[in-house]
Design a binder for this molecule. Structure first.
Ligand SMILES: NC(=O)c1ccc[n+]([C@@H]2O[C@H](COP(=O)([O-])OP(=O)(O)OC[C@H]3O[C@@H](n4cnc5c(N)ncnc54)[C@H](O)[C@@H]3O)[C@@H](O)[C@H]2O)c1
Length: 272
């Protein structure tokens, strides 16, 4: 293909993931569940991996309801043996791994003077070490077949530092750096590696008893009012994003042969 107009009729686009096997970590709920269902709707069989096996089983049942094969796997992404077993189990149940969304993540809110080394290590272990261990295990099998699509969930907090969540921001900046470097390392192996940067999504991480909306409440504000204020303050489009929005980007990246090393925000303009 030379890219001339005369060649346009010969351009082939792949819009289906039918016949592909995908893995999504942290997909028992929230954004990960949205990604798993988007991949299933695009035709992929999807392995659902989470620390919470009960929630993983719920998502796997939804994938099956969408007409695709699924398996619920218990994984702790911070543990090498657990991650190695996860990838092995995906391949023995669903087939060769084509697409991986390394999405499991945790957050904590501490001003710098209150941030302990233990809390620093907890967040880094899941958000950064977890992404490293999963990416490494996935590349090990993808390289042998010269094909793979990896999408690491970073955050808008990986592009802009946020006060009160400095360790979380640091972990997400690092995910973007890691993604960029590894993408170059495997660029001739048929494997793309990209990062997804969600903006504000109303999952358990942001909403509910333990979410950011509750913890960042101003005096006399309800959780609902705090949420609405944060969405209005941060997002030019004045609307929160959804797990489906994140899933659609992952489906795009799963199809995109020549997009690699990117950190793509789905954030309603938050990072502009
Ligand atoms: N919600 C947002 O607005 C937002 C914004 C930017 C980035 N993100 C990122 O998106 C990802 C998903 O977040 P979410 O909002 O869906 O949060 P969530 O808390 O709803 O889901 C996170 C999932 O990860 C799982 N998990 C946690 N530790 C794990 C471990 N060690 N091993 C395996 N699974 C583990 C949890 O059980 C849970 O199912 C995270 O990486 C998060 O940092 C979220």
């Amino acid at each position: 293909m030379t890219g001339t107009t005369a060649d346009i009729g010969t351009i082939e686009t792949t819009t289906t993931l039918s016949g592909k096997t995908a893995l999504v970590t942290g997909s028992g709920r929230g954004i990960g569940r949205g990604i798993a269902l988007s991949l299933a709707q695009a035709g992929a069989d999807v392995a659902v991996a989470d620390l919470d096996h009960g929630m993983a089983q719920e998502t796997a049942a939804l994938v099956e309801k969408a007409g695709r094969r699924s398996v619920a796997l218990h994984v702790d992404v911070t543990q090498t043996a657990s991650v190695t077993k996860m990838v092995k189990d995906v391949e023995s149940t669903l087939g060769p791994l084509d697409i991986a969304s390394n999405n499991a993540g945790v957050i904590g809110i501490y001003p710098i003077e209150k941030l302990t080394a233990t809390e620093w290590d907890r967040v880094m272990a899941v958000n950064l070490r977890g992404v490293f261990l999963c990416t490494q295990a996935e590349i090990n099998v993808m390289r042998t077949r010269h094909y793979g699509r990896i999408v690491n969930t970073a955050s808008i907090a990986g592009k802009v530092g946020f006060p009160g969540i400095s360790h979380y921001s640091a972990s997400k900046f690092a995910v973007i750096g890691f993604t960029n470097a590894v993408a170059k390392e495997v660029a001739t192996d048929g494997i793309t590696v990209n990062a997804l940067c969600p903006g504000i999504v109303g999952t358990a991480m942001w909403r509910g008893d333990t979410g950011l909306a509750e913890k960042w409440k101003e005096e006399a504000e309800t959780e609902e009012q705090s949420w609405a204020r944060q969405v209005a303050a941060f997002i030019p489009q004045q609307q929160a994003q959804t797990p489906d929005d994140m899933g659609r980007l992952v489906v795009y990246l799963a199809n995109a042969e020549h997009v690699t090393g990117q950190a793509i925000a789905v954030d309603g303009g938050f990072s502009l």
